[in-house]
Write a protein that binds this ligand. Structure first.
Ligand SMILES: Cc1cc2nc3c(=O)[nH]c(=O)nc-3n(C[C@H](O)[C@H](O)[C@H](O)COP(=O)(O)OP(=O)(O)OC[C@H]3O[C@@H](n4cnc5c(N)ncnc54)[C@H](O)[C@@H]3O)c2cc1C
Length: 451
């Protein structure tokens, strides 16, 4: 091992971006990815940067949305994940959705072709004693490595449960009942304005559907596995348990949509399916992550008008999500305090989402490269989306109640002197994102001149 070799464990969203950044900075990088030799319950290929559930990178609005701002920052830093997301973009009415196959193949090809990068198919099962390492093994970190991390960090590695939504073959949807339309016809092109498939329900159909959801057989947990759900990804049946109307005000809300098969009848509820691949052959049911047993899923979801004969490319499921208590375990450079030659990146650090995970990979790759080259970087300003996230997970968050976090403007230091409340929101968000862009550009400039 040379001094300039960086080892990255896990070639997911975070590990791939970390590898790219470090290799572009001139380091030799070895990615240790266990797939396809050792699998996880959610990944289906041996490719790098596989998206395991939704195909959305969420809002691409860098002026009014914090995750859109994170896209902007990653693009400005020459991020590979954003470059490939842009290259394989699908119409999605304001969101950045990607063709998952093309995207992960694109990332895989670029990394494998990079002269400074090699990829080893191996599972790492213990914490390395020396060298330079980034661990980016994600929410489904293998059992052996998870145990080693727990042994090192005490009982502070937490777990909670998360759920994924089913995917349907488009040609099995009955288009005499369903129709293509984005909510409020959002989007600049016809493809954007018709990016979703909609299935309408009248009141009786909705009530029968809720009854079936409540009665359906659910996956049981072992005793002790009682950690809570992340609120942004609640299983549909858990939402239904919270109130019969919850879904009608959540993923099944009937607003901004007109049924061309019955334009004068307002649906009582609408199930939306979002295009999942470039070919338009697969659609995922938006917000329908579930822990129902497979048989129950088929009988409940085929009650949806238009999906009576649906064929499922993948059913929903439930999974454990492993993450560190980063506020106590990591320093502001994402290094394990007790073993600073090891950094962590991605979802395992307690961020939530593809984009946030990739952003922490980008940062870890850059920080590692700078340190190994003897020019450690200044802290990223907490006024940027990347900086606000890393500041939150490595110290800003309350350690005792630490839960995975999506990027949001609540993590940013307030901009003073602007109107509060709803009316001032557009100006306030614009002020946040203007400030972030200027500070991120300055940080990248300082870094470029330092290295
Ligand atoms: C089932 C599921 C559904 C999700 N759905 C969404 C969603 O819809 N939208 C969203 O934004 N986020 C979602 N997430 C959350 C999260 O954003 C993704 O998991 C994201 O891929 C995290 O990026 P990562 O790089 O940290 O981990 P991953 O992308 O999972 O990458 C980790 C990699 O490490 C490898 N690995 C694990 N252990 C070892 C080991 N010991 N040695 C070598 N390699 C190892 C794995 O094979 C994997 O390739 C979901 C997560 C899960 C588990």
């Amino acid at each position: 091992m040379t001094d300039r070799t960086l080892h990255i464990v896990g070639g997911g969203l975070a590990g791939s971006e970390a590898a790219w950044q470090a290799a572009q900075a001139g380091l030799n990088v070895v990615i240790h990815e266990m797939r396809p030799k050792v699998g996880t319950f959610a990944h289906q290929t041996g490719k790098l940067a596989e998206m395991v559930c939704s195909n959305s990178f969420r809002s691409d609005d860098s002026e009014q949305n914090a995750v859109g701002l994170l896209h902007w920052e990653m693009r400005a830093a020459g991020g590979l994940i954003m470059e490939m997301a842009d290259a394989y973009r699908l119409p999605a009415g304001g969101a950045l959705a990607v063709d998952r196959e093309g995207f992960s193949q694109g990332v895989t090809d670029r990394l494998r072709q990079h002269p400074n990068i090699s990829v080893e198919t191996s599972e790492i099962t213990s914490l390395p004693e020396d060298g330079h390492w980034i661990i980016a093994t994600g929410p489904l970190t293998s059992d052996a490595l998870g145990a080693a991390i727990r042994a090192e960090t005490g009982s502070q590695a937490l777990a909670f449960f998360d759920a994924i939504a089913p995917i349907v073959h488009a040609d099995s949807v009955d288009l005499s009942k369903a129709w293509f339309q984005s909510r409020y016809d959002k989007g600049d092109t016809e493809a954007e304005r018709t990016a979703y498939l909609n299935c309408p329900m009248d009141r009786d159909q909705y009530e029968a559907f809720i009854d079936a959801l409540l009665a359906a057989e659910k996956t049981e947990f072992h005793e002790g596995e009682t950690a809570g759900y992340f609120d942004g990804c609640l299983p549909i049946e858990v939402m239904a348990e919270r109130g019969r109307e919850t879904l009608r005000h959540g993923p099944m809300k009937p607003v901004g949509l007109t049924n061309p098969h019955a334009p004068d009848v307002k649906p009582y509820a609408v199930v939306q399916l979002r295009r999942d691949n470039k070919l338009g052959t697969l659609y995922n049911i938006v917000g329908f992550q579930t822990k129902m047993k497979y048989g129950a899923q088929k009988s409940v979801f085929t009650m949806i008008p238009g999906l009576e004969n649906a064929r499922f490319a993948r059913l929903g499921g439930i999974h454990r999500n492993t993450f560190l208590n980063s506020p106590t375990l990591l320093d502001d450079q994402l290094r394990l305090r007790a073993k600073p030659h090891i950094r962590f990146a991605g979802q395992i650090t307690g961020v939530e989402g593809y984009v946030e995970s990739a952003a922490m990979g980008l940062l870890a790759g850059r920080l590692a490269a700078a340190q190994i080259m003897g020019k450690p970087l200044p802290a990223v300003p907490d006024t940027t989306a990347t900086g606000a996230l890393v500041t939150h997970i490595t110290g800003g968050a309350e350690a005792k109640t630490f839960q995975p976090m999506n990027v949001n403007f609540g993590l940013f230091p307030p901009v003073t002197g602007l109107k509060g409340g709803r009316r001032g929101r557009r100006d306030r968000y614009k002020a946040y994102t203007d400030r972030a862009k200027a500070d991120w550009a300055a940080w990248l400039d300082a870094e470029a001149s330092g290295l």
